[in-house]
Design a protein around this ligand. Sequence first.
Ligand code: ADP
Length: 590
Amino acid sequence: MHKSDRSLWEMRRIWLVGFLLLPFLLAFAAWIGFQHAKEQALQQAGERLNLYASSFEGAINKYDYLPWMIAQTPDVRRLLDHPDSSLTDDINSFLADTRNTSLADEVYLMDEQGLTLASSNFQHPDSFVGNNYRFRPYFTEAIRSGRGSFFAIGTTTGLPGYFLSERVTSESGEQAGVAVVKVDLEPLQADWQLAAEKVFVSDNNSIIVLSSHPQWKYRYIDVLSEEQLDAIRRNRQFDTVELKPLGVQHNNHFKVMPETDGETAGYLNQTLDLSPSGWSIHYLVPVLPLYQFALLVAGLVLILYILCLTGVLWMRERSRRAQAALKAEQRLRALNDSLEDQVKERTSELQRIQRELVQSEKLAALGIMAAGLSHELNQPLTAVRTYAASGRKLLTRALYQQVDTALDKIMTLTSRMSDITSQLKVFVRQAPALSQPVDWSARIDFVLEMLEHRIQQQQVSLHADYPPQALVRADDARIEQILVNLLSNALDAVSSTPDPQVKISLQENNQGWLLQVEDNGPGFASEQIKHLFEPFYSTKNVGQGMGLGLFICYGLVQDLDGHIRAESPPEGGARFEVWLPFSEQKARAA
Ligand code: ADP
């Protein structure tokens, strides 16, 4: 498979796996979110429930002492013995005062038949005085066991309340009665409504007697048996209020409660038992916000998931690109290396060819030179032969003086021939493979010393400007040969100049040393320059120049990897420049 196809396939695979996993991940996130929110809400509900339960119980318990206290009051007990006496007014006032002080709803006293003898609301049109409440369980219980309690809707006032009762024994001990305190629990509901919380209290018949939601009040949660309904009817607990089922449905984990006639809402139910036995208080946690929170968590996880997935893909793409770039770079480097190798190979090949070319050029030049030499040497040889022949004749005639002159001439001619051949010795030598570092400055010193006699004789003013040391890659013989040729030519050139001057200088230039030899002689025409370095090119008189000096210099400089050039500056005279590369030593230091 092609590489790019494979990475495309891998990317698709990541997306596919990602999308297959997504529903599970989201469901799990929603579940976690729901559980967390539920835990928090239930914890909060538990705390609230405890608070409401204790406030509910506190509201009842704080009146617990009151019926007993009334039952102990001597005048109250006396009244039971003398119900129609003037004592009734006093007790009515006493009960009214007690109610006002204790903030109970109502306080009243019943005789043994359940007839109300005195009441705190004796002045009120709805006064309990004269009413009989013997049907109420709080009455029968108190008569039977001494104490009683009961929740009911008042048959006289129509207002709900919690009744606490205590049996009263008359002073004579012959009569009995019941002291009752009615506690109003309605203010508790008002508190719950204010807190906008769903709280209700159900009694031992699971009828809701208090609720923050008005619609649920006096509705029963569990179905009531005939027996229960009968008892309720008998003791007229809910008076004329019609009891209806709440219509609560139980979903898996929560209750679905009717909100209005048509609407319902789901709640988690927290319950706590209350001290009137069989009673319980309920705190409802709406489930809708829990679902909303779960959805929010799932949404966040979805966003995170998409971000992560995109991040993973992005990282993969980036590393893929980086790898591709690395590979391209490696390929490029390898290519570069091979190119460099090729260049090195070609360069050494070229250098070899160049060396061979120089050598073959030299050989070709040798041919030309051989012709020139035979021409140059032929003349002195003919002259030597002529002088030798005439010398022999002069000897036979015993003309020794003239013989000596002829021998002198022969010597002069042979020394000239030796000059020619000695020049060629250097030229035919092959350049050494790697030259030694040579101090060019020291070689200039040496050559100037050699030529000192001639310089003085010609009264040439010499300007020398070179550093104490200038190392180049060369060998002594070649360097001296170049210097001798250039300086001799300069001295020749200024031989008939009125104020002869020769200048020699050495300076660093482009990884090497540059030698300049200048003179104020006649110089040369531009036409001449291109012939200067040709063999046997000479403008000097026969016997003075052979035209080999510059040709040899050119060959030597080539051998040393340098270059030579000649120019005639505008101010006159001639200037020769020779550049040679630094020795290895100097190059390394640089
Ligand atoms: P030779 O000196 O034997 O003639 P060279 O090769 O040394 O041979 O010089 C070739 C020719 O270059 C000289 O004959 C001369 O014409 C010219 N030449 C060389 N150096 C100078 C110079 N410094 N000034 C003028 N002409 C020069």
